[in-house]
Design a protein around this ligand. Structure first.
Ligand SMILES: Nc1ncnc2c1ncn2[C@@H]1O[C@H](COP(=O)(O)OP(=O)(O)OP(=O)(O)O)[C@@H](O)[C@H]1O
Ligand SMILES: CC(C)(CO)[C@@H](O)C(=O)[O-]
Ligand code: BAL
Length: 276
């Protein structure tokens, strides 16, 4: 695996390829990330991952400084997964001057849910993803459905800027008990880790309610929020939305349940597409 620390080196290394398949990450890799890499491999003629903890998408009170950085084991895992090129720029390489020119998502999608509770988050994500796309120039890029709204925002950015990149959404990898794998799970104490499964269970309970014919979505959401609060969680949102644009659903529209909630000091997100 070639490790590129500069944009020049990356470009030189990719010059011979026509169809890079790209997996952007913030590192601290787990099986969810590695699934993205293995699904990328057959889609391109070279597989590229990036590791960059992007300051622009963190609010001042968030965990930029403490975000887990596990370079050696990340490299080992990427090598074992068959990644060909790792782009790992430092901040001075990706942001040699203050990044005052930013990519702002459509507020109708970017300012709700995650964007509401983390103002500026999707501007930070879109700006760095656009920049990483310019560096790597992939033909295909992989994003996890775990970050459902992020995937939708990136798809809209790529569509509206006519970027020649196919965006592939990858199914969420879960632990045996159902908890979505996430780097931030590492912040959980043993007791919190045992409790954390309740977030995916809350989503499943919402899906069950819908499947059993309940149509008062506000009541389903309120019940779920109350149940989480009772167990000591601080939910930001637990909602049923239509899949097309994450707005409030009308009858018969395909649904997704989305949640973000804090357990102790750890903020977790998850979602579940509801069939039928
Ligand atoms: N469990 C998972 N299943 C599928 N894709 C995932 C999973 N976890 C992360 N990804 C995807 O991997 C890519 C990189 O994500 P990132 O490095 O932020 O990891 P993360 O585990 O989501 O971290 P965090 O805890 O900071 O949210 C994103 O496209 C993300 O959606
Ligand atoms: C897409 C991404 C790598 C941009 O920093 C990040 O938001 C993530 O890891 O999901
Ligand atoms: N996994 C998405 C990046 C973030 O939450 O900061």
């Amino acid at each position: 695996m070639h490790i590129a620390r500069t944009i020049e080196d990356l470009r030189e290394h990719l010059a011979a390829y026509r169809r890079p398949a790209f997996v952007p990450t913030m590192g601290n890799l787990h099986d969810g990330h590695l699934d993205l890499v293995s699904k990328a491999k057959p889609l391109g003629d070279v597989t590229v991952a990036s590791i960059f903890v992007n300051r622009l998408q963190f609010l001042p009170h968030e965990d930029f400084d403490t975000y887990p950085r596990t370079w050696d084991s990340d490299c080992e895992k990427l090598r074992a997964a068959g990644c060909d090129v790792l782009f790992a720029p430092d901040e001075k390489v990706l942001y040699p001057e203050p990044q005052t020119f930013k990519v702002h998502p459509d507020p109708a999608l970017g300012d709700i849910l995650e964007g509401h509770f983390r103002p500026g988050f999707f501007t930070g994500v879109c700006t760095v993803v656009m920049k990483l796309f310019c560096c790597v120039q992939p033909r295909v890029a992989m994003f996890g459905k775990k970050d459902y709204q992020q995937l939708m925002v990136i798809r809209q950015m790529v569509r509206q800027f006519a970027l020649p990149i196919e965006i592939v959404g990858v199914k969420t990898t879960r632990a045996d008990d159902g908890l979505a794998l996430s780097s931030r799970n590492g912040y959980l104490s043993e007791a919190e880790r045992a409790e954390a499964v309740q977030l995916s269970q809350a989503l499943r309970a919402m899906a069950e309610a819908v499947r059993s014919g309940e149509r008062d979505f506000a009541a389903i959401e309120a019940r779920g929020m109350a149940a989480l609060r009772e167990r000591g969680w601080q939910p930001d949102y637990l909602v049923l939305r239509r899949r097309s644009d994450l707005q409030a659903p009308a009858a018969g529209e395909a649904l997704v349940a989305l949640a973000a909630a804090r357990l102790g000091g750890t903020r977790l997100i998850d979602n579940l597409e509801i069939d039928g």
